[in-house]
Write a protein that binds this ligand. Structure first.
Ligand code: ATP
Length: 300
């Protein structure tokens, strides 16, 4: 039997970062938002773990390991260990989410693998246990399970859905060169020093989501990793300027970057902004709606 699960990219509508903790993680107060760029993960019963990789155009996969250090194998082994079963699988990843783009593609794959193997092996893991396993795999993995729009606390792994009445449209502009998440956090520590307070999610963002009002949302977006990422990659400032000129309502870095997200009024406006970016010779431009669902079975 073969099962395919689809999981979406995430964008942080708000990413508030606090001072580094003793365990090396930064406390986060974030609002996650699942957008319509997807990876598909297909699992098949096998005697040994094996990963295969394919991708949509303009998605570079050179950095993605196909051995046991791929997060999907870690996810599969964690699920098997949780149930005390000795099983393995072939996992075929088809990437539509840019790699190392600040869109949590690896986390999406891990979440998709948990859902797919749970079904393949008929384990019926409870939601609570799936979320706990997901949190152990990575900060963004629990959100990839639930999707839509949600507040993330702790180091991002404690997720709580929020009301989002918007039908948002985004243009995502990728970059040829990835940006390392740990490097961006180090840049954050250097820039922010000891001045950082406890992060919180602003009320006006939650209001904008509840009202479904794009102009309000445009004013409420924020990302504490944007300045540290731009300090490492000053070239990205041009993409911000081009997005504003293309008529986006707001332009913000996705997570730790380098993908830049542009808020649009509706689907037609997103196509217009995407066309304007392509006309400026950007070749990694996607339009995506949000919010979309978390990891879900598409074929079996
Ligand atoms: P983060 O989740 O750290 O913000 P990101 O969203 O910027 O990361 P990912 O696409 O998740 O980027 O990839 C980060 C790194 O994780 C890759 O460079 C790669 O080395 C490693 N990796 C391991 N497994 C995967 C996977 N299945 N897909 C993508 N990257 C993977």
């Amino acid at each position: 039997m073969t099962i395919t699960v689809r999981a979406a990219a995430k964008f942080n509508l708000h990413l508030g970062v606090g001072p580094v903790r003793d365990d090396g993680f930064h406390p986060l107060a974030t609002v996650y938002h699942a957008i319509g760029l997807y990876d598909d993960v297909t699992v098949t019963e096998a005697a040994q773990w094996q990963v295969t990789l394919t991708a949509e155009d303009h998605i570079a996969t050179a950095e993605v390991p196909t051995g046991d250090d791929n997060i999907v194998v870690r996810a599969g082994k964690a699920l098997a260990a949780h149930h005390g079963v000795e099983r393995a699988a072939t996992i075929a990843i088809h990437k539509g989410i840019p790699v190392a783009g600040g869109l949590a593609g690896g986390s999406a794959d891990a979440a998709a693998t948990l859902v797919a193997l749970d079904r393949l092996w008929s384990l019926e893991t409870s939601d609570e246990n799936l979320l706990r396993l997901a949190g152990q795999l990575g900060s963004d993995v629990p959100f990839a399970l639930i999707g839509a729009t949600a507040i993330g606390g702790g180091r991002g792994e404690i997720v709580e859905p929020v009301t989002d009445n918007g039908a948002w449209w985004w243009v995502a502009v990728g970059n040829e060169q990835g940006l390392s998440t740990p490097a961006v956090y180090r840049s954050f520590d250097e820039l922010a020093g000891t001045e950082v307070g406890d992060p919180h999610v602003p009320e006006r963002l939650l209001m904008a989501l509840e009202k479904g009002d794009a102009e309000l949302l445009a004013e409420a977006l924020a990302n504490d990793l944007q300045a540290p990422a731009l300090a490492l990659r000053p070239d990205l400032a041009q993409t911000f300027a081009d997005g504003a000129e293309a008529g986006a309502l707001a332009v913000q870095l996705s997570g730790s970057g380098p993908t830049v997200l542009m808020l649009c009024r509706d689907a037609a406006h997103a196509r217009e902004v995407a066309g304007a970016m392509q006309a400026k010779a950007y070749d990694r431009v996607w339009t995506a709606p949000g919010p979309v669902a978390g990891a879900h079975v598409v074929t079996y």
